[in-house]
Design a protein around this ligand. Structure first.
Ligand SMILES: Nc1ncnc2c1ncn2[C@@H]1O[C@H](COP(=O)(O)OP(=O)(O)OP(=O)(O)O)[C@@H](O)[C@H]1O
Ligand SMILES: [Mg+2]
Length: 316
């Protein structure tokens, strides 16, 4: 398998705040990656960085991003428009705010078709993709409000895939859905990898869902990726103290009536980040060095972890 995306030491922010700090990762062809972390840790900003669709006050301050070998960090907005929505599809966090209530689903998906094709051919293509998403052709004629949340999400996926992208960025596509509907969407995404020759970066709060869906999990905390590795390994034997706590808080780890532990303390504000490891104020095994520097990436087997516990740092 070849690499489709490479992110190297990316920092995103402005003079006052740094939201993403030294983010590096790669995505292989036909791989599903899940980015997991608490609200506000920088998951959506990571996806927006990849397509260079950041809020106006935030910029990529350093680092490089390569998509299919092309350095997209160097591309102009006009050139990005040939990639965004075409080679990289995106599902945003709230489907209802991206579907226009005044137009039919068919109309909206057709609008997104990049190539010049006849109207009839466009319709054929849209109906085919709707069917692939498990939606009947009637949906072509329907308006967003006529669809359930799950159907809206499927329509959003259809829209994101209409130009056959090679990478799909999916920002919490299942968070607002009930468990059964969410499971349907997850199964659909798994199948899409095979049909569409696609890689997916999936953003979620839910590490159990991430384990089920993805090949690898990246755990984020306050703008840093603290652990990366094969999903089963990260889930079954988490290395970073934050990942360990995240997994220890899962209800499925408890018997009926047992009190569920929570992670004590709060996520630090981006305006007031600790100097060293951002997790250090909440970490039970922290040492002096943890408060001085951000831990480097340490490779352990198939995993990368940013914690001074690993390596020979703790005594310094
Ligand atoms: N334009 C902006 N200017 C300054 N800070 C911002 C801006 N946009 C987002 N942030 C901050 O960046 C941080 C990361 O935001 P992001 O939307 O990536 O979080 P997230 O992990 O996707 O959270 P959620 O799970 O709630 O969607 C947040 O603390 C947010 O307040
Ligand atoms: Mg988000």
């Amino acid at each position: 398998m070849g690499k489709i995306l490479e992110i190297k030491n990316v920092v995103v922010g402005n003079e006052e705040i740094k939201i993403l700090r030294d983010i590096s990762f790669e995505v292989e062809e036909r791989e599903i990656i899940s980015i997991v972390g608490e609200s506000g840790c920088g998951k959506s900003i990571t996806l927006r960085t990849i397509i260079k669709l950041l809020p106006q006050n935030l910029n990529i301050l350093s680092g490089k991003i390569f998509f299919e070998g092309l350095e997209i960090t160097k591309l102009k907005e006009k050139e990005m428009q040939n990639i965004r929505g075409k080679k990289i599809g995106m599902i945003f966090q709230e489907p209802s705010s991206f579907l226009n209530p005044l137009f039919t689903i068919g109309n909206q998906i057709e609008e997104g078709i990049n190539e010049k094709v006849e109207k009839d051919k466009k319709k054929e293509r849209v109906i085919k993709i709707l069917e692939e998403m498990g939606l009947s052709y009637n949906v072509y004629y329907q308006y967003p409000h006529q669809l359930s949340g799950g159907m809206q999400q499927r329509a959003m996926i259809a829209m994101a895939l209409i130009n056959n992208p090679v990478l799909l960025l999916a920002d919490e596509p299942t968070t607002a859905l009930d468990v059964t509907t969410a499971f349907g969407i997850i199964s659909l995404l798994k199948n899409l990898i095979l049909i569409h020759n696609l890689s997916i970066i999936f953003v979620t709060h839910d590490i159990s869902l991430a384990k089920y869906l993805s090949d690898r999990i990246f755990v984020m905390y306050a703008g840093i990726i603290v652990e990366k590795g094969p999903s089963i390994e990260v889930y079954n034997s988490p290395l970073h103290p934050y990942t360990q706590k995240l997994i220890n808080c899962l209800p499925e780890k408890y018997n009926k009536g047992e009190k569920i532990k929570t992670i004590e303390g709060e996520v630090p504000s981006f305006k007031n980040l600790p100097l060293g490891c951002p997790f250090s104020p909440r970490c039970e095994i922290k040492n002096k060095i943890c408060e001085k520097r951000i831990p480097p990436e340490i490779k352990i087997g198939n995993r990368i972890v940013r914690c001074f516990k690993y390596g020979n740092f703790m005594e310094s």
